[in-house]
Design a protein around this ligand. Structure first.
Ligand SMILES: NC(=O)c1ccc[n+]([C@@H]2O[C@H](COP(=O)([O-])OP(=O)(O)OC[C@H]3O[C@@H](n4cnc5c(N)ncnc54)[C@H](OP(=O)(O)O)[C@@H]3O)[C@@H](O)[C@H]2O)c1
Length: 280
C-alpha cells in the first residue's frame, strides 16, 4: 500500500519541496516515511523536517536504504552522479521516479544497472520519467509521465496517485516527453508572459498595475475553468465571445495580423528542441 511505502527523495529543492507539501496535505504518503537528502543544503532539509516531519539524511546511501520508491529531483547536470549513488544502495525492488528534464528511461536504466553490477541477478530496474510543471507548488501541475515496460499495474496506479497529489497525471509515449516539456513544462511561463504583456497594455489604457493584475489573474483562471468544465474546444469558446464588428474581434484581428499563432508554434518548437539538446 502506497501509504506504507518508504520514499527517498534525492534532491530536496523547489520541485521536491512542492511534492512533499502535496504528499503531506493529501496524505498519500506518510511524511515520517519520507527520507530526503541534498548535496550541501542541510538547512533546507531541516526546514522540511520542521514543517512536514520528514526525515533528513546525511548521505544518499542512508536516504535510499529500504526505499520502495526513489524520487530523483536534482538538476539534469547532477543527475548521473546522484542516480548512480542512489542505485548503489537502494534495494533491488525500488521503483525509480524521475522529474529530471531530458534524461531518458534508457539512460537512467543504464546508470542504475551499472551501479548494481556487483550484485547478483538483479531484476531489471523499473523507471518512471515525468515532466511536471511549476504549478506543482499550488498542486495544479499538468504532469506527463512515461514508464518503462516492466513497470507493474500497481506501480502505475501508485505513480498516478502520487502525481495527482500535485495536479493531473497524463501517461504518454516517452518519445513525446520533449514535446511535452516545450508545451506544458514551459507552458506556465508562456501564460505568465501573456499576462505580463496584457498588464503592460492595461497600464497603457489607464489602469493601475494592481487592478490590472487582479483582473488578469481572475480572467486566466476563469478561462481555464471554462476550458476544463464546458467540454468545448478553445476555438468554440473564442468564437462565442467574438461577435463580428465587436471589441474582441478588434483585438484578435491585431493578434492575427501579427501572426500570433505562428509565433506561439515557433516558441513551443524551440522549447521542445532545447529539451532534446539538454537531454543529449
Ligand atoms: N522547478 C520546476 O518547476 C520543474 C518542472 C519540471 C521539471 N523540473 C525538474 O526537476 C529537477 C529539479 O528542479 P528544481 O527546480 O527542484 O531544482 P533545485 O531547486 O535546484 O533543487 C535541486 C536539488 O538537488 C540537490 N542536489 C544536487 N546534487 C545532488 C546530489 N548529488 N545528491 C543529493 N542532492 C543533490 C540540490 O542540493 P544543494 O542545494 O545542496 O546542491 C538541490 O536541493 C530538475 O531536473 C528540473 O529539470 C523542475
Amino acid at each position: 500500500m502506497l501509504k506504507q511505502w518508504k520514499v527517498a527523495m534525492v534532491g530536496a529543492g523547489a520541485i521536491a519541496g512542492a511534492l512533499i507539501d502535496a504528499f503531506f496535505h493529501t496524505g498519500v504518503v506518510t511524511p515520517e516515511r519520507i527520507r530526503v537528502i541534498n548535496r550541501n543544503n542541510r538547512d533546507q532539509l531541516l526546514r522540511l523536517q520542521a514543517k512536514y516531519r520528514i526525515h533528513p539524511c546525511d548521505s544518499i546511501a542512508e536516504a535510499v536504504t529500504d526505499a520502495d520508491l526513489v524520487i530523483l529531483s536534482v538538476k539534469p547536470k547532477d543527475a548521473a552522479e546522484a542516480l548512480q549513488e542512489a542505485a548503489k544502495s537502494a534495494p533491488d525492488h525500488a521503483l525509480y521516479l524521475s522529474v529530471v528534464a531530458g534524461k531518458s528511461i534508457e539512460w537512467m536504466t543504464g546508470l542504475i544497472r551499472a551501479a548494481q553490477s556487483e550484485r547478483e541477478q538483479v531484476a531489471w530496474p523499473r523507471v518512471v520519467r515525468t515532466m511536471p510543471n511549476t504549478s506543482c507548488q499550488v498542486r495544479e501541475s499538468a504532469t506527463a509521465y512515461a514508464a518503462s515496460a516492466n513497470c507493474t499495474e500497481v506501480d502505475i496506479q501508485n505513480v498516478e496517485i502520487l502525481l495527482r497529489a500535485v495536479g493531473s497525471a497524463h501517461p504518454i509515449e516517452e518519445r513525446l516527453l520533449d514535446a511535452v516539456t516545450g508545451l506544458s513544462g514551459s507552458g506556465p511561463a508562456y501564460f505568465y508572459y501573456m499576462v505580463e504583456s496584457l498588464a503592460k497594455a492595461a497600464i497603457d489604457v489607464g489602469l493601475d498595475e494592481k487592478t490590472a493584475k487582479d483582473l488578469l489573474a481572475q480572467t486566466i483562471y476563469g478561462a481555464a475553468l471554462m476550458l476544463r468544465h464546458t467540454g468545448e474546444t478553445p476555438e468554440k469558446l473564442r468564437s462565442d465571445v467574438t461577435s463580428p464588428g465587436g471589441t474582441t474581434m478588434a483585438g484578435i484581428s491585431v493578434l492575427e495580423a501579427r501572426d500570433f499563432q505562428n509565433a506561439v508554434r515557433a516558441a513551443v518548437q524551440a522549447a521542445a528542441k532545447r529539451a532534446t539538446e539538454l537531454g543529449e
